[in-house]
Design a protein. Sequence first.
Length: 465
Amino acid sequence: MIAGRAAGQKGWSLLPSPDSDGLLPAAAILALFACSSMLLMHLGFNYGTPGGSPLGKIHPATFMACGVMALLVRARGFRAAIDAPLGRFPEIAIAFAGFVGFTGYIVVALGRPFTFVIDTLFLALLLFLILAQTDERGRSLLAKALHVFMSVNALIAIVEMLTAWRLVPFYLPEGAVTWDWRSTAMLGHPLANANITSVYIILLALGAGSLGARTRVALVLLQLAAMAAFGGRAATAVAALVVGVALALQFALALRRGRLSLAQAVGAILAPPVFALCVYGLAEAGFFARFVERTFDDQGSAETRVRMFDLFDSFTLGEIIVGPNSDVLATQAHELGLDYGIESFVISYILNFGGAASAMVFTGFLALSIAICRARGWRAAIALAGFFAINATSTGISSKSTSLAQVAVLAMAMLPPRQAKRTAGSGVTRASLPLSSSTPRPGRSGIDSQPSESSLKGSVRMPST
C-alpha cells in the first residue's frame, strides 16, 4: 500500500502497514488514463486551449504524482526515495537533465510557453520513479486494473462507432468536432487511443500481464476490433505486425521443441480460416467500412507527411539548428496545408524548437527508454519501439500529451522486474513465449515466490481494493 497511517507512527507513512490504503498513487494512475484532455476541456478547464490559469494546463495526474513523491520523501527521506532509484537507474538523471535543458532553451532562447513539457516529458519520469519502488503485489494489482480499464475503453470505443454516441464530446483546441466518426472513448483523441491500445496489444502479444493464453488471445482480439473504431492506420499496422510475428515465432518454437499437441496443431490449422471468416463477416456487416475508407481515402493525410519536408527549404541551416521563427513556420505550414500540425514528432520538434533543443529532448527520450528496458527487459524495448514508430507518423509527443507517461506505466506495470525473472543461482533470464500463459507457478523463485517481510520494507504498494 502507499499512503496510509502506519501503526504506532504519527502522520502519514508510505511504509507497508496493516491499515495503509495507498489511494493516492492509484488515483494518480486512474486520472492519467481516465482524464483525457477532451474530458478536461469538456469540464471547463483550459487544458488544451489558450487562456486561463497556468495551473489549469497541467494534468491532474501530474499534481497527484508530485504528491506521491512528496510523501515518499517525507516517509523515507530524500536519499531512499530519490537517490536510491536514481542510483539503480542513472539514465533517469540524464533524461531529467535533457528535459530541463530543453525547457530552459525554449523558454529563454525562443520565448515559448513551457507548460506542455510538464505533462509530456516530466510526468513519465515521476511515474517511473514511483513504479520502480512499487512491490510485486502492487504491480500485479495495477496490471489487473489496467487490463480492466483497457477492456472497458475498447468496448466503449466499439459502441461509440456503432451508435454514433460519445462518452465525451470530441474536442480540439479549435472547438468541438462533430464531423469525425472515430471513437474517443476514455483515452481521448482517436489517435491517442490507437497509440496506447497498440502498445497494450504489443505487450499482450509478448506475454505480459500474467494472463492465461485464452484470456490473452481474447483481449488481443477485443483490442484489435477497437482499433477499427479509432482509425489509427499506423498503430494498427504496428500492432498487427507484432501479433503476427509473435504467433509465428510461438508456432515455430513449438514445432522445433516437439511440444505441439494435437489440439494445438488443429487449432493452428483452423485459426487462420476461422479468423478470416470472422473478419469477412464483420466487413460484410460494415464494421470496418469507415476504417477501410479512411485507409484508401485519407483526405491528403499521407500527402502532408511528404509535404512537411518542404518546410526545411524555408529556413537556413543556422535557423534550423537554433530554432526557426514561429510566425514564418506557421505561415509556411498553412501554405502547405499543414494546419493540423507536422505529422512526425521528430520533424515537429526540429522545426518548432530547433535541432539543438531537439537533441536534448531526444537524449531524454533515449535515456528514459533505456531505464525502462533495464527495469523490465526486452519486451519493454519492443513496446517502446512500436510507440516511437507510431509517433513518427503523428504530432504525438511533440505537443501536449500524456502518452509517454501512459506507455511508461503500461510497461512498468505489465512486465515484472528483470531481476525477478532470473532463476535461482543461474543468472539466466527466462522469457515467456509470445501469447502464451505467463501465470505464475508455485514454488518457482523470483516473482512467483512470496516476498519476505524485509523485502517489502519501504516499498510502494498499490491498494487491494
